[in-house]
Ligand binder design. Structure first.
Ligand SMILES: [Zn+2]
Length: 88
């Protein structure tokens, strides 16, 4: 086996893996779809649930797109401050 093929195999082995649990309770470990955390069999190709009031859990507004985006933003802020706190 030549060097290029070995390098390519190493890259394949290092690719991100699907973290879905199989029936044995262990991670699936198939290669994840590019840019996703799941393989093609475990929702990697899925667009996600349909959007809108008819499809979501709208009891209290906790899971609306705006609320989720706001929490994500606050979490990124907190992570940024934590990163600053490490230095000084
Ligand atoms: Zn999988």
């Amino acid at each position: 086996m030549n060097q290029a093929a070995e390098t390519r195999l190493a890259n394949l082995r290092a690719s991100p893996r699907c973290g879905a649990r199989n029936r044995a309770g262990r991670p699936c470990d198939c290669p994840a779809v590019r840019g996703r955390a799941r393989c093609r069999l475990h929702g990697g190709l899925s667009h996600g649930a349909p959007k809108g009031r008819a499809n979501g859990k709208y009891k209290d507004g906790y899971f609306t797109a705006e609320a989720v985006a706001e929490r994500r933003w606050a979490k990124s802020l907190a992570a940024g401050f934590a990163e600053i706190g490490k230095d000084g």
